[in-house]
Design a binder for this molecule. Sequence first.
Ligand code: C2E
Ligand code: MG
Ligand code: MG
Length: 698
Amino acid sequence: MPGRNEGADRTCPVCSGPLSLGGSSPDSLVDALQASESRFRAAFADAGIGMALIGPDDRIIEANPAFAAMIGHEAPNLVRTHIHEIIDPEDSPRQLYLELIRGDRDRLRVAKQLKHREGRVVWSNVTISLIRDGAGHPLYTLAMVEDVTEQRLLGDQLAYQAMHDPLTRLPNRTLFFERLNTVFEFGTSGPTEAAVLAPTGLSTSGLSTGLGATDVDATDLDATDLSGADLSGADLDAGTLGDLAGSVDPAALDRLDRLDGLARLGDPDGLAELTGSAAQGRRIGLCYVDLDGFAAINETLGHHVGDELLVAVAARLERGFAREEGRLVARLGGDEFAVLVCDSDGSEQLTALAAELIKTLEDPFEVAGQQLAVTASVGVVERQIVETTPTDLLKDADATLYWSKADGRARWTLYDPDRGAHQLTRQRLATALRPALERGEFTVEYQPLVGLADGTVHGAEALVRWRHPRYGTLSPDRFIPLAEESGAIVPLGKWVLEESCRQAKRWLLEFPDAETFVSVNLAARQIWDSDVVADVAQALKSTGLPARLLQLEITESAVLGPGGRPVQALQALADMGIRIAIDDFGTGYSNLAYLSRLPVHVLKLDGSFIEGFRDPAPGGRPDSRFRRTDADEQIVGAMVQLAHALGLTVTAEGIENASQAERLRLTGCDTAQGWYFARPGEAERIATILREGRVRSV
Ligand code: C2E
Ligand code: MG
Ligand code: MG
């Protein structure tokens, strides 16, 4: 194939027309040239690949049969045809082609859509070479055209199948996750807007948009290895586009804006700005939809009815919710669908969307000749992209959907961080604990311990809280076990201890006669793994709290320690004058006789004993409920008596109403704690109660 037409330039090598600017040459050279011309002519005519010579006026000088066949013509009929009759003028190579015919470049490779005579599109890869005269001036161009329609259609089809659910034809899990990942990539990393938006085109248009109609410089091709059919949109995955956007020059980026919604990409500064702002403010939302009772429909009416229903539901969802830009409606599997909002305005937008989703599905479906009514439950998660990950978003949406189901179905539920916090990966919370302590994210609340005989506050239990910046206030049940596991309980417990002693000292200063003690929970690991005696001594010393105003709560299992031996530290603590309470008594071994031989002063009866007190006082009716209440009362009564006999005082936990308090008082229990008296609250609340004298009359 001639790259440059050297030597005699009088005739076109194919059509022998007068083309050259003249010049003479020796006969031998003319012979050689003629031989070369006839070889070229034969190659041109017989080539399997489409070839055409195009003049500077954009008209075909000559086309070979392969090219003519490709677009449904006879070769001779194409002579003088303007290339815009074959290639959409919109799709004509502008800048690069102009450079080529001006002689500024020699070769150009492009992917083109050609118009077949029957109107259909022929996808092609075209290599255009410039033919110059002896003086190096541009004469005409030679186009070599490869038909890649089949590859492209197959690619389209495969990509479509890989990304769509065969039953409902909605985007499937793969496409959903691909989209989700690219949204996140864009929110947190470099210039991948192309990657974000490319799948929009892929999902909605069956892959028919893309780079197919884009000019690509040969050098770009080398750089990105976009050879052959790779230039069709079907073969460009998000990653390739991301690479492309990251590696090519701004002009190439400019060309990418053919992709859906890519207009902004043209300006590299704008791109940087976009990326920066994305990391800051962009939000994402997800409605996770699950049909209620779908399994029953499948079982009772058969799978074919179930399938039809899913198709109808999918169609309704797609019609109602997929049209808006930045939305993706996908089937995640079974009867689960997702509506992804790639650029959310806030949680109100998402909850409104969820309500609309539920409403849309409310009207009965006409399926298999019958009317079927279904309801849906929706889990809603909405948050800043930088605050979350695709995995977390999905996990939380899943949890939220489960809450919707648990709360009675046919409803939406917005993700509640506190409710969800216990589902956080243990790892994440555990690693966040120590830094959170350093940042001062923990606080202590106090709950009064009330003397049942006179209704006065004797002391207060210190209950730690984690004011988590993202998940709100977390209760200790959520993080104490993790802190125990990781060992973070040691510094945390030490902090709680000091904070509580400091607070009790303040109460002492303000109410010297009240002798209000503070009761601090100690975790097993604090007792076994740290020098708790030294820590307690240090806390008392630094705060100036007398040891008698400190009570330490330890569970029965913690007291026994490894191997069942009592923890030696107990004695040392008791010797300091500190009171030891057994927390949650009744949930462990409940070995009262054994405990009484240890330096233990108080039993805190677990709230579950008091729960049974909630029922009305027994009125003689032989109802099992009342018999149980009766039994609970007798057990508590017996325990109180036994504890007293062994020299222990008794505190009951979880008192929620007056009748429980009253009946507990009748058992002889000493102190009580519970919402009936006061919920855990700020230290100032205790001071207020102390000022008033009594919590409430018992
Ligand atoms: P606990 O020591 O048995 O504390 C009593 C729990 O019962 C507290 O839960 C309290 O808020 C709750 N409660 C109080 N009154 C009522 C009521 O009337 N009804 C019901 N249903 N519950 C009531 P909280 O604050 O969530 O603490 C849970 C547990 O976390 C505590 O149980 C304790 O074992 C542990 N904990 C709390 N603070 C600390 C701490 O600083 N260190 C250690 N190691 N553990 C702590
Ligand atoms: Mg406690
Ligand atoms: Mg307790």
